[in-house]
Design a protein around this ligand. Structure first.
Ligand code: MG
Length: 218
């Protein structure tokens, strides 16, 4: 077994993630954790698309170990494909009192279950609303919100410029083959690469990993 040399690494029991609804592969989750450990030295981290909190467990534990904060933005009303009648509709997430999707109670439960209430700051609104008054440099931005082109591009435009040099931009659900999944996250990933602001690091499954270039590194 490799010795555990990272000074900040904690010893989370990742089995907790199996109880949480979500679409994140455990390998992708561990990559999120590893990158967020590095990113937590650079500044707070931010994710767009909290859903029920599966990715929050990986990112949040890294931020906790690095003694920083994770902001997690979601309107909690479900994305386009999670609405009634759509492919990813989950009746357990439908609030019959308001007749809308509401994932916030489950997300909040995940924070309590994972002991992350002092690390994660939930922001309940569309990401562009929070961005209107944002002024905090970020060590990492994880884009995993709506998959319509306008939504994903808005998330990129609103948040990518807040990433500090050597910080990370992560994009989930990248499928280059249209038979495997929608193309929007891949298009946003390509646009980010073409901006000249980021270099591409190896992907993990559908998780794209970009690092903001520092002028001293060029
Ligand atoms: Mg996703």
């Amino acid at each position: 077994m490799q010795p555990d040399t990272h000074p900040q690494r904690n010893h989370t029991d990742w089995r907790i993630t199996e109880q949480i609804k979500g679409f994140l592969d455990p390998e992708e989750g561990m990559r999120l954790y590893e990158i967020a450990l590095d990113a937590s030295r650079l500044g707070p981290c931010l994710e767009i698309g909290s859903y029920c909190g599966k990715s929050v467990i990986y990112l949040g534990n890294a931020c906790k170990a690095g003694d920083t904060i994770l902001f997690s933005i979601d309107h909690h009303r479900g994305s386009e494909e999670q609405q009634p009648g759509e492919e990813y509709f989950d009746p357990e997430l439908f609030d019959i009192r308001t007749f809308q999707i509401d994932t916030f109670p489950l997300f909040r439960n995940t924070l309590a279950l994972a002991g992350l209430e002092d690390t994660v700051v939930p922001i309940v609104c569309r990401s562009e609303i929070a961005a209107r008054a944002w002024n905090t440099p970020l060590g990492l931005v994880f884009i995993d919100g709506g998959h319509a082109f306008e939504t994903a591009m808005m998330d990129y435009r609103c948040w990518a410029h807040h990433i500090v040099p050597r910080g990370f931009l992560l994009i989930h659900d990248i499928f280059q083959d249209p038979k495997e999944g929608g193309q929007v996250p891949w298009r946003v990933y390509e646009i980010a690469k073409a901006s000249g602001l980021f270099k591409a690091l190896p992907m993990t499954k559908t998780l794209g990993v970009l690092q903001r270039i520092h002028s001293a590194d060029q």
